[in-house]
Design a protein around this ligand. Structure first.
Ligand SMILES: [Cu+2]
Length: 303
């Protein structure tokens, strides 16, 4: 099972790295220190330590520690800027109803901290998304076949390839029952005073890339063209399977916002390449009228 999860996570990386990137060049400050000899290759482990009890409705501060496969700490100076931040954290309950995206603060002791307030008394899952500063940038996609291979040795992550690296851990927020997630496909949503419609040219299939389009319409029915830049993109699309044991994180195709005054919409396109069949929750995060909006969809992935 463990090797399967690693394989699925690694495949999710491929989906992410197939998108045009708007990532800035490595920040000089992130690599200025001499970390030669710190070759953080292999799987990355994350631990999350709450400062107090975790419960629905209670703000809790979590301290995150990243370590490489040898147990060596991966500290903020080992990371590079990725969509305006060193570290992105996605927190979701395992019933896929409560989702948050946070940017933890880097601490002098090498840890990261952030505060969130779970809405539900349930097990949660935390996913971290980051890039290692010393990784070799890669232009191609040389990992295609290896990601579909047998990961029984557990060595195949892309932590040393200059691509997004994911690590995840459980958060024991509560022991409440998690409803079965088998909602029908849901491709329309309203949030933040806007209406969103997801279009798929064909049914999603596991292991196949599908071009999705998201149309945004204002409350009065007009195509909405004022999506604001948010972390270097007009939208962030994060998908989870039931239980949140896999995560997929992609961005729109086309040019990234050139500056803070740039605006996007009314349609954004992105590629979805789910790796496992079954229902998946997609959370699309956009910004409009100065406010962040999280829009939930449910897609059904065929076999
Ligand atoms: Cu994103």
């Amino acid at each position: 099972m463990r090797s399967l999860l690693i394989a699925v996570s690694a495949i999710a990386l491929l989906s992410a790295c197939s998108q045009p990137t708007s990532t800035a060049p490595p920040a000089p400050t992130a690599s200025a220190e001499d970390h030669s000899g710190h070759d953080h290759s292999g799987p990355v482990t994350i631990t999350a330590t709450p400062a107090g009890p975790m419960a629905a409705g209670q703000p809790v501060t979590l301290t995150l520690r990243l370590t490489d496969q040898n147990g060596a700490p991966i500290v903020p100076a080992d990371l590079r800027m990725n969509h305006d931040h060193l570290l992105h954290v996605m927190v979701v309950d395992t019933g896929l109803e409560d989702y948050a995206h946070a940017h933890p603060t880097a601490n002098a002791d090498g840890t990261f901290t952030f505060t969130f307030t779970p809405r539900l008394d349930r097990p949660y899952r935390l996913w971290a998304d980051f890039q290692l500063a010393h990784a070799e940038p890669e232009s191609g996609h040389s990992h295609g076949d290896e990601s579909h291979g047998d990961h029984s040795d557990g060595e195949e992550t892309h932590a040393d390839h200059g691509e997004p690296t994911y690590a995840s851990t459980d958060l024991a927020v509560g022991a409440g029952a998690v409803p079965a997630f088998a909602a029908p496909q849901s491709l329309r949503a309203e949030a933040g005073g806007l209406r969103f419609q997801l279009s798929l040219p064909s049914a999603l299939q596991a292991g196949e890339a599908t071009q999705a389009q998201l149309a945004v319409v204002s409350a009065d029915g007009q195509p909405f063209t004022q999506l604001e830049p948010l972390m270097g993109a007009y939208a962030h699309i994060v998908g989870f399977n039931p239980g949140a044991s896999t995560m997929l994180h992609v961005h729109p195709e086309g040019a990234a916002p050139a500056n803070a005054a740039a605006r996007g919409g009314p349609v954004i396109s992105f590629t979805l390449e789910p790796q496992s069949p079954g229902p998946q929750r997609l959370f699309v995060q956009v910004q409009a009228n100065g406010a962040e909006i999280i829009v939930p969809f449910t897609v059904i992935v065929g076999q």
